[in-house]
Design a protein around this ligand. Structure first.
Ligand code: ATP
Ligand code: MP5
Length: 268
């Protein structure tokens, strides 16, 4: 039994956040647990409300999981404020967790802020030193490094800068690079870089792609896979989930978390 924890926000619409993470863990045969950092009222049209959870209650959720169930790997998603980031980083340090995937969630698809602007420094200084893997999209990598990213060489420069903050591995995701008909994710381990390429799927239903991708990596790390192997599986998982998108709601619909297993012919 492998166990993974997500420390993230709740998406009432079920496509992103905690809900996407737990669905992904389940599909990859990993027992999923959660510490909720904020509740959002959200659907495919956007975010209608955000209520952060107190740092004491976030700490209590993490302690409850750590002291009874155990954690093989964890991911962070929406963390919202510096206070929450500091609380989470302190718990990661306290429990000595090292399979830590940080998805530096900043802005929802519809433009709503999921991280306060003044908390970007806390991500860099307090959380990234504990990250085994960080998974920014292109705008997030630009915000964290202050660099413009327009080419693969720029991605490597940005990844090197992120490594200088103390992260072990960087994955810069290519979902936002609409100049190509491919979606190319770049992994940099501090020495070598690897790219993971899929064709660009023409769909508006990509709500929760970043959450689902980082949750897949976390599940694979929990099972003992290497970083490279985990990214291979995560890329297959997210590509299948986008290809078989769900026509739900009238905005940016969710991805299909069943698709990867169904593609493998596994049905119940
Ligand atoms: N249209 C697409 N076709 C194929 N793969 C995609 C597409 N959009 C995103 N992906 C893949 O989904 C994963 C998440 O990438 P993306 O850059 O979209 O993350 P994100 O910005 O954090 O997600 P979101 O845009 O939902 O907040 C990556 O593996 C990326 O390559
Ligand atoms: C609670 C919550 N967390 C994260 C995201 C971003 O999701 P993603 O980048 O995966 O689309 C979101 N929209 N809502």
């Amino acid at each position: 039994m492998f166990k993974a924890l997500t420390i993230a926000g709740s998406d009432s619409g079920g496509g992103a956040g905690i809900q996407a993470d737990l669905k992904t863990f389940q599909e990859l045969d990993v027992y999923g647990m959660s510490a909720i950092t904020a509740v959002t009222a959200q659907n495919t049209l956007g975010v209608q409300g955000v209520q952060p959870i107190s740092k004491e209650m976030i700490a209590a959720q993490i302690d409850a999981v750590a002291q009874d169930l155990g954690v093989d790997a964890l991911k962070t998603g929406m963390l919202f404020s510096s206070d929450i980031i500091i609380t989470v980083a302190e718990k990661i340090r306290h429990y000595g967790w090292n399979k830590v995937v940080v998805d530096p969630v900043m802005i929802a698809k519809g433009g709503a802020p999921l991280l306060q602007q003044e908390a970007v420094t806390a991500v860099k200084e307090k959380l990234l030193p504990y990250a085994f893997i960080v998974t920014p999209n292109i705008p997030e990598a630009e915000e964290l490094t202050g660099l413009r990213i327009q080419s693969e060489a720029d991605k490597i420069e940005a990844a090197k800068k992120l490594i200088s903050y103390g992260v072990k591995n960087v994955i810069i995701k290519g979902g936002h690079d609409e100049n190509t008909n491919e979606s190319i994710d770049l992994l940099f381990d501090g020495k070598d870089s690897y790219t993971f390429t899929s064709h660009r799927i023409n769909t508006k239903n990509t709500h929760g792609t970043g959450c689902t991708f980082s949750a897949s990596i976390t599940a694979c790390l929990a099972k003992g896979l290497s970083v490279y192997e985990s990214v291979v599986i995560a890329k297959r998982f997210i590509t299948a989930a986008i290809e078989a998108d769900l026509e739900l709601g009238s905005g940016h619909g969710p991805t299909n978390h069943w698709a990867y297993k169904r593609k493998a012919g596994i049905t119940v």
